[in-house]
Write a protein that binds this ligand. Structure first.
Ligand SMILES: Nc1nc2c(ncn2[C@@H]2O[C@H](COP(=O)(O)OP(=O)(O)OP(=O)(O)O)[C@@H](O)[C@H]2O)c(=O)[nH]1
Ligand SMILES: [Mg+2]
Length: 365
C-alpha cells in the first residue's frame, strides 16, 4: 500500500479519524499520494485531528539501531526545551550533525559565529561533536542550507535519520535541502507521523524524516495545540528591557511571574532583557495590583483561551539569584538575560516546568 508523502502514514480508505485517510474516489495508484489531513494542512493550514499514536519516542530505540548517522535538529529560540539530555543519551555514540534551526528569529545583531561558539560550549559535555558539525541554519530563508548540504555530502556516506522535538523544523530542513522533497510542514506539533524516506538530490544516500519527540516539560506543553501554534514566533522575537524597583512584580504570560527582591547594590536596580515570541505578554506592576491580575488574567497571553482552567495548574515558587551574563530560561516560553546583576527574585511557575540558568546566549554589545 502507498504512503502519504506528506506525513509518512499508510494510505487507507476506511476511517477519516485515523492517519492516512484518502477518499477512495480520489486515489490513483500511479500518482504520489497525499492524505486528507496533509492536504488540508498544506493547502488551508487547517488541522484535521486524527488520533495518531505519533509519540515516536516509544519506538525510537528500535529505529536508532538502524542508523549510525543522525541529523539532530533543534530550535535556537527554545534551545533548552529542544536540546535534550535524553536525546543526547540515545545518540551520543552516533555520528551527529547538530542543526540549529530558526536563526532568522534572533535579533539581527547576533553573530552566527558567536552563537555557534555558545552552542558548542553548551553541548560539548553532553554530545561529543566536532565544531564543524554544528550548523546554524534557517530552513525558512535557506541560511546555512548549502553549507549543511556540503557537510553532509563530504562526511557521511550512508543513510541518515533526521530527528528532534516536535515543531523544531525537521521537515522544513528536509524540504530546504531538496525542493523536490515535500514533507508536510505546519505549525501544529506532531505533523509528521511516520518515518519518511527521501532521496535528496545529488546525495548518494537516503535521509529519513521522522516524527517529533514530544517533551512534556515546556510551558507550551501545558497549553492546547491551538495555543502552542500561537506561541510559535513567526518573526524576530521581541526583547524588552526592564529595570524594576525591588518589590515590583513582573508577569510573563499569565502563567509565570517574578518578584524583584533586592537592589543590585547601592540603590541600583537590576537590569534585564526578556526575550520571547511577539505574542507573549509582559506586564510589570506592584504587588497589590498583581493580586488583582491573578484574579483576572484574561489580559495576559498565553493562554489565549478565556476558558483556560488555571485551577488545574499547580504553581511552584523558588528564589533565584541570577548573575550578570546569565540567562534564566523558561523552556517553551523565552528567557531573561541579566545585564546588571545579580538579579534576586522569587519565581512562580507551573509545576513540571524547570527554569534553567545558563550563560547568556546573546551577549551585550
Ligand atoms: N521562523 C522560522 N520558522 C520555521 C523554520 N523552520 C520551520 N519553521 C516553522 O516551524 C513550524 C514547524 O515546522 P515543521 O518543519 O513542520 O517542523 P517538524 O520538526 O517537522 O515538526 P513535526 O513533524 O510536528 O515534529 C512551521 O510553522 C514552520 O513554518 C525556520 O527556519 N524559521
Ligand atoms: Mg515534520
Amino acid at each position: 500500500m502507498s504512503k502519504c508523502y506528506g506525513c509518512g502514514a499508510e494510505i487507507q480508505f476506511n476511517d477519516i479519524s485515523l492517519p492516512g485517510y484518502v477518499p477512495e474516489s480520489v486515489f490513483s495508484e500511479t500518482d504520489k499520494v497525499l492524505c486528507q489531513r496533509c492536504y488540508k494542512l498544506k493547502h488551508y493550514g487547517q488541522l484535521l485531528p486524527v488520533s495518531a499514536d505519533s509519540d515516536f519516542s516509544k519506538n525510537i530505540d528500535t529505529v536508532l539501531r538502524d542508523f549510525k548517522n543522525i541529523i539532530y535538529v533543534i530550535d535556537i529560540i527554545d534551545f533548552n526545551g529542544t536540546f535534550r539530555d535524553e536525546i543526547c543519551e540515545k545518540i551520543k555514540n552516533k555520528n551527529v550533525i547538530l542543526v540549529v534551526n530558526k536563526v532568522d528569529l534572533l535579533p539581527k545583531a547576533v553573530s552566527y559565529n558567536d552563537l555557534k561558539n555558545w552552542v558548542y560550549n553548551q553541548v560539548k559535555d553532553k554530545l561529543p561533536i566536532k565544531r564543524e558539525f554544528i550548523r546554524m541554519v534557517s530552513a525558512k530563508n535557506s541560511t546555512g542550507i548549502k553549507r549543511l548540504f556540503r557537510v553532509i555530502k563530504e562526511n557521511f556516506n550512508s543513510k541518515m535519520l533526521v530527528m528532534g522535538v516536535t515543531n523544531v523544523g525537521k521537515s522544513s530542513v528536509m524540504n530546504a535541502l531538496d525542493y523536490s522533497h515535500n514533507s508536510t510542514v505546519s505549525s501544529y506539533p506532531g505533523t509528521t507521523l511516520k518515518l519518511i524516506k527521501s532521496n535528496i538530490k545529488n546525495l548518494d544516500h537516503e535521509v529519513f524524516d521522522s516524527p517529533g519527540i514530544e517533551p512534556k516539560d515546556r510551558l507550551s506543553d501545558l497549553l492546547d495545540i491551538y495555543a502552542q501554534v500561537k506561541m510559535i514566533p513567526v518573526k524576530e522575537i521581541s526583547r524588552k528591557t526592564f529595570k524594576p524597583d525591588p518589590g515590583r512584580v513582573l508577569f510573563i504570560s499569565a502563567l509565570f511571574r517574578m518578584k524583584i527582591l533586592d537592589y543590585v547594590k547601592d540603590d541600583l536596580n537590576p537590569v534585564f532583557i526578556i526575550f520571547a515570541p511577539q505574542n507573549i505578554s509582559f506586564h510589570e506592576t506592584n504587588e497589590e495590583r498583581a493580586e488583582e491580575i491573578l484574579g483576572n488574567r484574561k489580559v495576559l497571553f498565553p493562554p489565549f483561551d478565556d476558558n483556560f482552567n488555571f485551577e488545574a495548574i499547580e504553581t511552584e515558587r523558588k528564589n533565584y539569584t541570577i548573575y550578570e551574563g546569565s540567562d534564566l530560561v523558561i523552556p517553551g516560553l523565552g528567557w531573561i538575560s541579566v545585564r546588571r546583576g545579580p538579579l534576586k527574585t522569587t519565581l512562580w511557575y507551573p509545576k513540571g516546568i524547570k527554569p534553567i540558568i545558563r550563560k547568556s546566549m546573546v551577549s551585550p554589545k
